[in-house]
Design a protein around this ligand. Structure first.
Ligand code: BTN
Length: 249
């Protein structure tokens, strides 16, 4: 039942009307030895965001976690999360919303100069494995699709709010999963696709890296997803993970 009914996706669909978190459910499936499953939920009661934040996940959204066992080193995993952002951005654009990516994988709409626009989607990646080989990878994708914007946190928006009409969530999910599946089979093409859809490159940014903040102009993204920032001192800083904010020039 639900939005998974009749879905023709490249993964087995594990649908639930309500879960705590699709990532948590996917972890349980990973522990049970499963692979190539997309957990999909109508609603999450305890949705999780990056850096231990909560993720508000009422009905109307697209909440999914894709569990795979890719054959590549752990260090390459960030590229896969970029692929999820590309897939989500393309599905948003097909739905008529002019979305763009903020490094590494937030999907936004609107003024890129003003603190990066309004957030439509976020991605939470979890994995386990040895340096040379991933055991399992979970890419959790949350899209505020048909969510009432009054139910969303400040700075967030939904596809419904942006286009004034609800979307076909089943079709949207199918597009995201298909595109993600195809891109992860061609990892060499991910970065190029990501660069084409980002508003971060060329922007003035401030990136919180946990122990420090780096400010400057984002001038590049290198495999597997490293952001290169040119600081005002003329230094090149390479950032692997962090929270990026677009600043006014
Ligand atoms: C972020 O902080 O931007 C990442 C948000 C990720 C939310 C998605 S919704 C589906 C999956 N299940 C979760 O609990 N989180 C991710």
């Amino acid at each position: 039942a639900g939005i998974a009914f009749g879905l023709d996706a490249p993964y087995r669909i594990d649908y639930h009307d309500v879960v705590d978190s699709t990532n948590a459910r996917a972890r349980a499936l990973a522990a049970a030895g499963e692979a190539d499953v997309a957990v999909v939920a109508g609603e999450q009661r305890a949705g999780r965001g990056r850096v231990h934040r909560d993720w508000v996940s009422p009905t109307g959204g697209v909440w999914t976690s894709v569990l795979t066992r890719p054959v590549f080193p752990t260090a390459h995993a960030p590229a896969v999360t970029l692929a999820a952002a590309v897939a989500t951005t393309d599905a948003c654009r097909e739905a008529g919303v002019d979305a763009h990516i903020k490094w590494p994988n937030d999907v936004l709409v609107g003024d890129t100069g003003e603190r990066g626009g309004r957030k439509l989607s976020g991605i939470l990646t979890e994995m386990e494995g040895e340096a040379d080989r991933i055991t399992w990878l979970i890419v959790g994708i949350g899209v505020n699709a048909n969510v009432d914007p009054d139910r969303l946190p400040a700075g967030a928006t939904s596809l419904w709010a942006e286009r004034g009409e609800k979307i076909d969530r089943r079709r949207f999910l199918q597009r995201v999963l298909e595109r993600y599946h195809r891109l992860t089979a061609e990892p060499d093409r991910i970065l190029e696709a990501w660069r084409d859809r980002t508003s971060t490159l060329g922007s003035r940014v401030r990136v919180e890296t946990g122990d420090a903040a780096v400010e400057g102009t984002a001038i590049g993204v290198e495999f597997p997803g490293t952001l290169v920032v040119l600081t005002d001192d003329g230094e090149h800083r390479r950032i692997h993970t962090g929270d990026c904010e677009h600043l006014r020039p």
